[in-house]
Design a binder for this molecule. Sequence first.
Ligand SMILES: Nc1nc2c(ncn2[C@@H]2O[C@H](COP(=O)(O)OP(=O)(O)OP(=O)(O)O)[C@@H](O)[C@H]2O)c(=O)[nH]1
Ligand SMILES: [Mg+2]
Length: 245
Amino acid sequence: MTKTKPKTKKDKPTEEDTSNGKTNIIKAIVLSIFDENGPTPKIFWPSDLDESAGLLIAMKTISLLMGDSTYQNGEGTEGVNYFGILPFPDLKLNGLTYFFLIPDVKARGKALAATITVLINETDRVFFYENMKYLRIIIDKAATLIQINKDNSERGTIMEEIREELFEFAMDIKDPLSTKRQIKVLLTGLDKSGKTSFMLGIRKKYSEIIKSLPTKGVERTEENIFEEQNSFISLWDLGGQKKYR
Ligand SMILES: Nc1nc2c(ncn2[C@@H]2O[C@H](COP(=O)(O)OP(=O)(O)OP(=O)(O)O)[C@@H](O)[C@H]2O)c(=O)[nH]1
Ligand SMILES: [Mg+2]
């Protein structure tokens, strides 16, 4: 790895940081392994990640894993695989860390302690809680591959793939009204409950509310409701009378 000039700004967006001109929520991804040098950031993105930041992430995540009773009392690598959300106040980042063990006959305890940490700005941390289910699947898959593939360049490819997958996921989440999405909104409810009036209100057609007639069947429209909306939203205003339910 070539060392570049020390960065003054930690999360200066790099070229890879953006897609479609939008900044990605994910700031760094680090694979740390406890090897002969202690906790070491082995593979990380961005490639110009501040060296001390990388070490801090490796030390904190690995030492937490090794201090955990599951690891302390466990035998084998099976029981050790869990997630944690860790604050890194010095870096103004929050990390979602997956702890796991890599079987290694030469290592003490026949396994190497390892972590994969995904980092985002601490102000964005709700992202982890809201998307835990999907993030877990993506990270777990990468960890399993890393357990099997010992080769460092293969591991690099695995980490590159998980980065792409996480980026794609984060982009879709961050931009729920992106052009990629087709959204269909159904307005359902009892008759005379105000569904059609609600839509007229949103369209700022207030004077028509007083004239609104019961909806017969379905009234379908496709239009831009929000400013800067670039997705396709189709609206179905359903009639609430008994015969249309
Ligand atoms: N007081 C009051 N009346 C409302 C309000 N919203 C709608 N209305 C009136 O309630 C009546 C029914 O409203 P609609 O919007 O047509 O109701 P709907 O749910 O579309 O009814 P269906 O199409 O038959 O399912 C209309 O006379 C509206 O003017 C409200 O917020 N307050
Ligand atoms: Mg109606």
